[in-house]
Design a protein around this ligand. Structure first.
Ligand code: BG6
Length: 289
C-alpha cells in the first residue's frame, strides 16, 4: 500500500501474510524506515529500526536512520566526493508492490552520470517472511558497454534501549579498520560493546551477526549474503552533537550494524553482469538464540 510516510514523503507499507510484522520503505533512497514485529505475547508492535527524531525528510538529503543504501560507494572507498555514494539521495521508482513485498528500481540518468559515468540498474526488493523476519536484496546490473567497480552497504540503524546495553556478537578474531583511530586493529573481545565512539569496518565478516539489547531482552540476527564485510557504528556524544539530523540527545538509541562490501575489495561488473547482496533480519529473544 502506498501512503505518505514519515516526513510526508511517499512510502510503501508492507504487511506479513501471517500478521507477524509490518515494514515501511520510503521511495526516497529506497530507504527501509520501519520494521515492526508483533509477537504472540505482545499487544503492541515493537519497532526494531531507529529513525532519528531530527531526521530531515527533504530530498536529496538522505534519511538519518532506517536502512539507507550506500552505492556506488561505501564511505570514501571509491572515486566519488559524496560519502556513501548517491543512491540514498535519489528518488527510486516503485516497480512492484504486493501485500508483503515490494521492489524499487534506480537507473542511471543524466544526474547520476554527472557524478559517476556508468550505466546501471539497481533493484531493491523488501519482503516480509513468516514469524516477523524481513528480507532485503540489492541487485546491481551493469547496463552499459564498459565495466565498472562499486562498493556498497545496507547501512541499517537498529533501535536499542540504550547503547550501553547493546553488544554485537560474531566478530571476534577479525581484523578491522578503525575509522575513529585511523588504523587497523584486531578484535579479541567476545562482543563489541559501546563505551565511546565505535566506527569499525570489519574485513571478511561472517554471517550471522547477532545484535543483543540486554536492556529489553531483544536479539536481532543479521544474516547476510554477498556482502563480505560489516561495519559497526555509533558516533557517541560529541560526533552526534555535530550532526544536525541526530543531535546530542538521540545517539544512545541506536547501533548501526551494516552489511558492507568495501574493505574486502570493490565488486567489478562487466557489461550485462549482475551482483546481488542479501540480508535477512530476524527478531529473537535473549536466551533463545
Ligand atoms: C558509517 C561510517 O558507515 O556511516 C561512519 O563508518 C559515518 O564513519 C557513518 O560517520 C554515517 O555517515 P553519514 O554520511 O550518513 O553521516
Amino acid at each position: 500500500m502506498m501512503q505518505a510516510g514519515a516526513g510526508g514523503l511517499p512510502s510503501v507499507v508492507l504487511r506479513a501474510a501471517d500478521g507477524s510484522a509490518t515494514a515501511t520503505v520510503h521511495q526516497h533512497g529506497a530507504t527501509l524506515t520501519s520494521w515492526a514485529v508483533s509477537g504472540a505475547e505482545k499487544e503492541e508492535e515493537e519497532e526494531l529500526l531507529f529513525v532519528s527524531p531530527l531526521a530531515v525528510f527533504a530530498p536529496p538529503k538522505a534519511i538519518r536512520g532506517g536502512a539507507p543504501v550506500c552505492w556506488p560507494q561505501f564511505g570514501s572507498l571509491g572515486p566519488l566526493k559524496a560519502q556513501h555514494g548517491f543512491a540514498r539521495n535519489m528518488e527510486w521508482t516503485i516497480d512492484e508492490v504486493a501485500g508483503d513485498s515490494c521492489s524499487l528500481v534506480l537507473c542511471s540518468d543524466a544526474v547520476t552520470r554527472a557524478e559517476w559515468p556508468h550505466d546501471f540498474k539497481l533493484t531493491m526488493q523488501v519482503s516480509l517472511l513468516p514469524n516477523g523476519a524481513l528480507k532485503q536484496s540489492l541487485r546491481v546490473l551493469n547496463t552499459g558497454d564498459s565495466p565498472f567497480e562499486f562498493t556498497t552497504a545496507l547501512h541499517t540503524y537498529f533501535r536499542v534501549s540504550d547503547v550501553s546495553k547493546a553488544s554485537v556478537v560474531g566478530l571476534k578474531g577479525l581484523s578491522y579498520f578503525d575509522n575513529a583511530a585511523g588504523s587497523l586493529a584486531t578484535d579479541d573481545a567476545d562482543a563489541v560493546t559501546f563505551t565511546g565512539e565505535v566506527d569499525r569496518a570489519y574485513i571478511g565478516a561472517p554471517s550471522p551477526l547477532k545484535l543483543v539489547d540486554s536492556g529489553r531482552g531483544a536479539v536481532v540476527m543479521v544474516h547476510k549474503e554477498g556482502f563480505q564485510d560489516a561495519v559497526v557504528w555509533n558516533p557517541w556524544e560529541a560526533k552526534a552533537a555535530g550532526m544536525a539530523d541526530l543531535g546530542p540527545e538521540h545517539w544512545r538509541g541506536f547501533v548501526c550494524v551494516e552489511a558492507t562490501q568495501a574493505r574486502s575489495g570493490a565488486v567489478t561488473l562487466a557489461p550485462g553482469q549482475d551482483w546481488e547482496g542479501r540480508l535477512r533480519l530476524e527478531r529473537d529473544t535473549l536466551g533463545e538464540s
